[in-house]
Design a protein around this ligand. Structure first.
Ligand code: 13P
Length: 265
């Protein structure tokens, strides 16, 4: 039985007082016997104060990214050990905004252009430090329209998890985030989500082993709201959610957590 897992990806939002208020609202609202695991992933500059804010509660902390090297001349980056020192349990890796976000900075037009190879190096490094990697995968709208969803997911999984073995699976979470559903209000239907999640699980079974694949939690992400969370969580291979916008309001995020916890019953 996979325990549902809901994580809030705050992205680059909130000032510090608002972050403290939000954390306090979650600490007050998440019951100590919650049937779902819960995490918040604030901007990294807020990790230490948020660790203090959620201390003693069931709410865990995640980082939105990190670099794979242990130390060195990597201006602006954080090592897995630095992330761990803040009290983080999780690290989001390979978010589509780091893979694909379009900007004016290079010939490809992609700002960070993170590759599967880079994500695989990061996944290895964070798991080696005892952190849990939340590895994000998901297709662009044009890829879905061209019937390439499964091929894209397969390629992202085999590339981004290339450094891992079956023994690493208990420190691995996958987030399926169709890029066309992120921040758009256009959520995947339960059927679309279930089909993608089942495909992801079959690829994990092939890459590791079926018993391990059965234990890996696969979150859905992309316009998850209180009004659609329950039907998504009811899908057999949807094991929780990675939530952006709706994780910035305590009431909305708590309702999504409740839906996840109810799906465990
Ligand atoms: P939204 O929930 O705002 O669509 O964002 C999803 C996401 O990118 C979470 O990582």
């Amino acid at each position: 039985m996979r325990r549902p897992f809901v994580a809030g990806n705050w992205k680059m939002n909130l000032d510090l007082p608002a972050a403290r208020d939000l954390a306090a609202g979650l600490v007050a609202g998440v019951p100590s016997d919650c049937a779902a695991d819960v995490a918040i992933c604030p901007p990294s500059i807020y990790l230490f104060p948020m660790a203090k804010a959620v201390d003693g509660s069931p709410v865990r902390l995640g980082s939105q990214n990190c670099w794979h090297e242990a130390s060195g001349a990597f201006t602006g980056e954080l090592s897995p050990d630095m992330v761990k020192e803040t009290g983080c349990t999780y690290v989001i890796l390979g978010h589509s905004e780091r893979r694909n976000t379009i900007g004016p900075t290079d010939d490809s037009g992609r700002i960070w252009g993170e590759s599967n190879q880079m994500i695989a190096a990061k996944a290895r490094a964070v798991i080696d430090r005892g952190l849990t990697a939340i590895v994000c995968v998901g297709e662009l709208l044009e890829q879905r329209d061209a019937n390439q969803t499964e091929a894209v997911l397969s390629e992202q999984l085999s590339g981004s998890l290339a450094t891992l073995s079956a023994a690493d699976c208990d420190r691995l979470v996958i987030a399926y985030e169709p890029v066309w559903a992120i921040g758009t209000g256009r959520v995947a239907t339960p059927e679309q989500a279930q089909a993608a999640h089942a495909h992801i699980r079959s690829r994990l079974a092939a890459q590791f082993d079926p018993a391990r694949a059965d234990e890996i939690r696969i979150q859905y992400g992309g316009s998850v709201k209180p009004g659609n969370a329950a039907e998504l969580m009811a899908c057999p291979d949807v094991d929780g959610a990675l939530v952006g916008g709706a994780s910035l309001k305590a009431d909305d995020f708590l309702k999504i957590i409740e839906a996840a916890a109810a799906s465990a019953a």
